[in-house]
Write a protein that binds this ligand. Structure first.
Ligand SMILES: [Mg+2]
Length: 208
């Protein structure tokens, strides 16, 4: 990621043009949710709530951080300060899968400080990263990302683990794939397209 004047959107323009768009079956950009999709972070996300006495059963995973903190009566600043950015690991196979993705971006409800720390630690370089502050701290949306990247919904695929991710895809009318490597997704057996492992995502997307 390059220097950033605004934390909200971290843009790193690719050195090379993206893959040819003449094969319309291939997405130009794959947009990933972050928590529960690329990284196995449920435990890390819940621990700060434990510390302030919120029952885990009351926490809705996949929510916008500010909205969820407000709903649960927790200061977002305290939550972010208590969140450990050093412990979260990718799901097995995710790093390799990302290395093989021609162009990819991250759309997250997470606080940008937490997400940027983790993405830097993991050595990942999404072309675009949009976090909670890019959506006025409300639930995320794909529309600003499409505008920032100059893409139409038909040119992207969204990959996620939560109903909110699915809503994002439906709002703009793009293809959605469930991250079936997340046990929460697998056990809930959602309707729609579920991919069982990061390795299988390449072929599901037509990248071979
Ligand atoms: Mg998620």
């Amino acid at each position: 990621m390059g220097p950033r004047g605004r934390v909200a959107t971290v843009l790193r323009m690719p050195d090379e043009p993206g893959p040819s768009s003449d094969r319309c079956t291939l997405p130009a950009v794959v947009v990933f949710d972050f928590d529960g999709t690329l990284v196995d972070s449920d435990e890390a996300l819940l621990l700060p709530f434990d510390q302030v006495g919120v029952d885990r059963a009351d926490v809705v995973m996949g929510s916008a951080v500010a909205e969820e903190c407000e709903r649960l009566g927790v200061s977002m600043e305290d939550y972010v300060a208590a969140y450990d950015t050093e412990v979260v690991e990718p799901y097995p196979g995710v790093t390799e899968m990302l290395q093989g993705m021609p162009r990819w971006a991250v759309l997250s409800n997470k606080h940008p400080d937490s997400a940027i720390s983790e993405i830097r630690r993991l050595g990942w370089e999404p072309e675009v990263l949009m976090c909670a502050d890019a959506f006025g701290w409300a639930h995320k949306s794909l529309q600003p990302l499409l505008e920032a990247m100059g893409l139409s919904a038909a040119e992207i695929v969204m990959v996620g683990d939560s109903p909110g991710d699915l809503r994002c895809a439906r709002e703009v009318g793009c293809r959605f794939i469930w991250a079936g490597w997340n046990e929460r997704v697998r056990s809930s057996n959602p309707d729609g397209e579920v991919v069982a492992s990061p390795a299988e995502l390449h072929s599901a997307l037509g990248f071979g």
